[in-house]
Ligand binder design. Structure first.
Ligand SMILES: Nc1ncnc2c1ncn2[C@@H]1O[C@H](COP(=O)(O)OP(=O)(O)O)[C@@H](O)[C@H]1O
Ligand SMILES: [Mg+2]
Length: 399
């Protein structure tokens, strides 16, 4: 669907909802999952995508999420986004997502996609205002976003990697460099693991890699610690007043302990641990110490229990609390620009009181939340304040 939905959708100026925002106002997908080719426009207000299962709602959110560092909200391999079935006219890209992003009145053209390199290898491309960007970290500085998906309903119960990813996305909003630091750390970690496995076990080379790992690793831990402190203060200030429970976050990992205990000396402490762990790591075939093992622990403040012991609904409410607290903090840090919120199947899990409270908070934040659901009636109260699309067969139509 192509068209100037912006004018139709925005209606009369409303001082409460208008004003500077961070928003996607145009989205183009090519050969992306169920979409052969689509372009559509939105206003800067929240967006609702309603439609039956399989209509293509999550695919749209996934496409937007790829405009930030990493693998997006499904965490799929980049090649999994390639459309199976009839495609748009052939081009260099296996798939492509492009968007116009409005940021406090300035407009940016951003895009990402997967192309085939000369040797048949696949390469991620990132564009910013027509020029190739270094990597998706550059986009992260421009388009902050957070998401909640049905898969995250099990975040507190399942393995640590999901919680760590969630944590790192919170950190990225405040410190976009966190992505570069993590890449530095992981590159050195992989190289060390390769040396330990295949040799040569050159001590000078291993020293250099462990130096890099410990510097980057402690920087990662420090960024996480700053974000957790900031969010804990924000969550405490929110208190129990609203519809969502208050939460307390904590980092659990050896690296985080080293940082707490050694402060400025934490990097050399981590370097020593790594050096001592060489034989053990070689035998284990993995790196047994470092920030790649950190866990995020979440407690329900009022109930004084760990999130994993709460009901499914309470766990969802805790996650929403954290995301909202984070969105307010980010907005404060960015002159009132709240991050994009991608909230997949959000209405389904909430009773009507919490649903309305969530909508109100999104409006108060002036965040462009992209919300999906099967039943458009769930979003009826947003009709005058959001762009409502009905999605069927991967065709969004403004209603
Ligand atoms: N790579 C792909 N190529 C073509 N279709 C895909 C691809 N990946 C997913 N789909 C299809 O996209 C459709 C819409 O998926 P989704 O966006 O998750 O729907 P929903 O509206 O329920 O969120 C599904 O029917 C799925 O089979
Ligand atoms: Mg879906």
């Amino acid at each position: 669907m192509t068209g100037p939905a912006t004018e139709r959708a925005s209606g009369a100026a409303d001082p409460f909802v208008d004003g500077p925002r961070l928003a996607v106002t145009r989205l183009t997908l090519r050969n992306f999952r169920s979409y052969a080719e689509i372009e559509f426009s939105t206003s800067t207000r929240p967006v609702v995508l309603a439609g039956p299962n399989g209509a293509g709602k999550t695919n749209l959110l996934d496409a937007i999420s790829l405009l930030s560092p990493g693998r997006g909200l499904r965490g799929s391999k980049l090649s999994e986004h390639v459309r199976r079935g009839p495609s748009a006219a052939p081009s260099d890209a296996l798939w492509a997502v492009a968007a116009t992003v409005t940021r406090g009145g300035e407009s940016y053209e951003v895009g990402t996609g997967l192309t085939l390199g000369p040797n048949g290898g696949e390469r991620r491309q990132v564009h910013l205002n027509g020029a190739p960007a270094q990597n998706s970290t550059d986009l992260g500085e421009l388009v902050q976003m957070l998401w909640l998906t049905p898969a995250m309903d099990r975040l507190f119960i399942e393995g640590v990697s999901g919680r760590r990813k969630f944590l790192d996305r919170l950190v990225l909003g405040f410190e976009p460099d966190h992505a570069r630091t993590a890449t530095r750390y992981e590159t050195a970690m992989r190289e060390r693991a390769r040396l330990l496995k295949f040799g040569p076990r050159d001590p000078a080379w291993l020293d250099a890699l462990e130096h890099e790992m410990s510097e980057a690793g402690i920087a990662m831990a420090a960024s996480r610690e700053r974000t957790v402190s900031r969010l804990n203060a924000a969550l405490a200030a929110r208190g129990e007043a609203g519809a969502f429970p208050s939460a307390q976050l904590a980092l659990e990992g050896e690296t985080d302990l080293l940082l707490a205990e050694h402060g400025d000396g934490a990097a050399s402490a981590l370097r020593e641990r790594l050096a001592r762990a060489r034989v053990r790591d070689a035998e284990a075939g993995r790196t047994t110490v470092g920030p790649h093992l950190t866990d995020l622990s979440v407690r329900h403040t009022q109930k004084r229990t760990h999130a994993r012991e709460c009901s499914t609904g309470e766990q969802k409410a805790l996650l929403i609390s954290i995301v909202l607290a984070d969105a307010w903090e980010l907005s404060k840090a960015q002159n009132g620009l709240a991050p994009l919120l991608l909230l997949d199947e959000i209405a389904a899990h909430l009773d009507s009181r919490r649903r309305l409270a969530l909508f109100e908070e999104i409006l108060a934040l002036r965040a462009q939340a992209w919300m999906t659901g099967t039943d458009i009636e769930m979003f009826a109260s947003l009709r005058a304040k959001a762009d409502l699309f009905e999605v069927a067969d991967s065709q969004p139509r403004l209603t």
